[in-house]
Design a protein around this ligand. Structure first.
Ligand code: PGA
Length: 261
């Protein structure tokens, strides 16, 4: 059984004191255990503080972005080694907001994924179609292209450990989540594309998260689907109560899945 992941993407939110309070409330109340993965993605500048706050709990910490070179004259960039040094285990790569506002391109995303693997970070590779692309019936074509470029030159064993986050752009921050059924269909498609790349083992072990207006009311429905291996939560991850409810939904779904397996 694939381990469920509940990830919180704080984006460009919180000040230091708020980040520390949010992390400590989540650490104190989440009830997260080793059987599901909880990962927090605070802004870079609070990674150290959040990591210290959750130390000794099963909660992991990751960066919201990373650069594709290891060090040098790249003003304003952050390396994989720097993230590792702060205790990060994960990193978001290719989030649609970076594609949209920071000119992130598929070839750089591919380099970032490779760099993350070579430095020992697990990339959470974000893909997703826009509203216009979905309406034009291009969802699969867009996702296929993003995956083909993103995973180019990456071996099967690495693909087994990558995390893919399917985040339809039209569902992010809009309050309009894709339905569990829509997501399940897309995830099955993504698993097929991954299989073409990395083989059957990679297809069955890769974890595919859904992101886009996930909240405590829709989390359980999403997580109970066979091919939805977790959620990447934006807005609702800024409330400790809401985020902990989503973690609880994942714990309940896992218990249920275990009971029937
Ligand atoms: P949202 O964001 O939950 O606020 O829609 C999700 C994301 O962008 O990761």
């Amino acid at each position: 059984m694939r381990r469920l992941i509940v990830a919180g993407n704080w984006k460009m939110n919180t000040l230091k004191s708020e980040a520390s309070v949010l992390a400590s409330k989540i650490a104190g109340r989440s009830g997260a255990d080793e059987d599901i993965e909880v990962v927090l993605f605070p802004p870079f500048v609070f990674l150290d503080c959040v990591r210290e706050t959750v130390r000794g709990t099963p909660i992991a910490v990751g960066g919201q972005n990373v650069f594709y070179e290891s060090h040098g004259a790249y003003t304003g960039e952050i390396s994989v080694e720097m993230l590792r040094d702060l205790g990060c285990s994960h990193v978001l790569v290719g989030h649609s907001e970076r594609r949209r506002f920071s000119g992130e391109k598929d070839n750089n995303i591919n380099r970032k994924i490779k760099q993350s693997f070579s430095g020992g970070l697990i990339p959470v590779f974000c893909i997703g179609e826009t509203q216009r692309e979905r309406k034009a019936g291009e969802t699969e074509e867009v996702l296929n292209r993003q995956i083909v470029y993103g995973l180019e030159g990456i071996g099967g064993t690495e693909i087994e450990s990558i995390v893919i986050a399917y985040e339809p752009v039209w569902a992010i921050g809009t309050g309009i989540s894709a339905s569990a059924r829509q997501v399940e269909d897309v995830h099955r498609y993504i698993r097929g594309v991954v299989g073409r790349f990395g083989g059957g083992r990679a297809a069955s072990s890769v974890r595919i998260l859904y992101g886009g207006s996930v909240n405590p009311s829709n989390a359980a429905g999403l997580l109970s689907k066979e091919n939805i291996d977790g959620v990447l939560v934006g807005g609702a991850s800024l409330s400790a109560d809401a985020f902990c409810e989503i973690i609880q939904a994942a714990l309940d779904v896992r218990a249920l899945k275990e009971a029937v397996s």
